[in-house]
Design a binder for this molecule. Structure first.
Ligand code: SF4
Length: 362
């Protein structure tokens, strides 16, 4: 067996990532280095309670231990580069473009609500789903993010909030990527963030949004955690939905609604349907009435999202009267519906656009 010095002198030596590592595993890897068991708890505390990602600042560890740790382990949030940060004029929303150690980029958004801070995280670098109104699939490799990469998105903001004695209390998996295609890492990260000695975020304050990957909804049901489910619906006419969201060919939306309703029944959580409003595409009275037919008597609410115009794709935002009319048809038929509050409209570049521009530059 190699000594630790021999391992460190080996040019092929790769540092072990400890961010996102469960405490028992951390205890094991530290014991292998000859460190006492209680050191694992101290390091865990620095990482997840004090948001300190640099071993040199972990002041209750010995000097020799700190250098050993520094040489042996990496801590992901310290290795992520914030390429761009856009703050809304009202100061309530921040969007960051993050460069991961392998050069891939992802977007993460922090929103300050009256009930606390919520973060919208990405689950993949890029996306293969090719929804017509989304830039996430443009340019750059698509790969799954790891547990550490998903949890780190929350902790980069937790580190900024720490001096204010605040922390993130809600997580929405609605950034780039289809979470159900990276199921184990997404739910692994949520379970990790839920732990009281990590971020202590309740499952009821977590939402996973899918474009309609049926097996993923079924797996989520089998997991039995009260995590909220959101479904990106965006159209209730088969041809139009396939045009907007090609995933509809493999998983037709009526089947997705049935699976989501099944999830609502088993989890006791209401399902949210996201419906992006595109002028003269899916915003007619008939579309609203069809939506009512599909969702009547379901444990569901509808989140209407007036589109950020993408003129080159022919997507325009409906006028205010049309939006109100669509909303009132739903509400009159007792479908719980709201129009998404426009947070940080001045930085609200459509999902994935920052990343697409970054990948193109590279
Ligand atoms: S909307 Fe979501 S599922 Fe569709 S391409 Fe964009 S990131 Fe992927």
């Amino acid at each position: 067996m190699k000594t630790i010095n021999a391992v460190l002198n080996d040019s092929n030596f790769m540092k072990t990532e400890i961010f996102g590592m469960p405490l028992p595993q951390l205890q094991t890897v530290l014991a292998e280095l000859g460190l006492k068991k209680f050191r694992a708890r101290q390091i865990f505390d620095w990482l997840y309670q004090k948001c300190v990602f640099d071993f040199a600042q972990m002041s209750n560890l010995g000097k020799a231990e700190r250098s050993l740790l520094q040489e042996t382990f990496s801590v992901l949030p310290a290795e992520i580069h914030i390429v761009r940060k856009l703050d809304s004029a009202d100061g309530l929303t921040s969007k960051v473009l993050l460069e991961l150690p392998d050069g891939n980029a992802i977007e993460t958004v922090l929103m300050h609500h009256d009930y606390g801070y919520s973060v919208c995280v990405s689950s993949q670098a890029g996306c293969d789903m090719h929804c017509a109104f989304c830039a996430s699939g443009l340019h750059g490799a698509v790969r799954n993010l790891t547990v550490a990469e998903i949890a780190a998105q929350v902790y980069l903001f937790n580190a900024q909030l720490y001096p204010l004695d605040e922390r993130v209390s809600r997580v929405v998996v609605m950034g780039s990527g289809e979470p159900m295609l990276n199921f184990d890492a997404v739910f692994g990260a949520l379970q990790f963030l839920h732990q009281p000695d990590v971020a202590n975020i309740g499952y009821r304050n977590m939402t996973v949004s899918t474009c309609g990957i049926l097996p993923g909804i079924e797996k989520m049901k089998a997991l039995g955690l009260p995590i909220n489910l959101a479904v990106s619906l965006h159209a209730v006419r088969d041809e139009l939905r396939t045009e907007l969201m090609p995933v509809n060919k493999g998983f037709p939306f009526p089947d997705v609604i049935a699976a989501a309703e099944d999830y609502a029944r088993s989890s006791g959580r209401q399902v949210t349907y996201e419906y992006i409003l595109l002028a003269d595409k899916n915003d007619s009275d008939r579309d609203a009435e069809l939506l009512v037919e599909y969702l009547r008597y379901k444990q569901a609410s509808v989140n209407l999202i007036p589109v950020n115009p993408v003129p080159e794709k022919g997507f325009f935002r409906p006028g205010t009267k049309r939006i109100e009319r669509f909303l009132s048809i739903l509400q009159q038929r007792r479908i719980h519906a709201t129009v998404r509050r426009e947070m940080g409209a001045d930085i609200n570049a459509a999902c994935g656009q920052l990343r697409a521009a970054f990948a193109k530059e590279k």
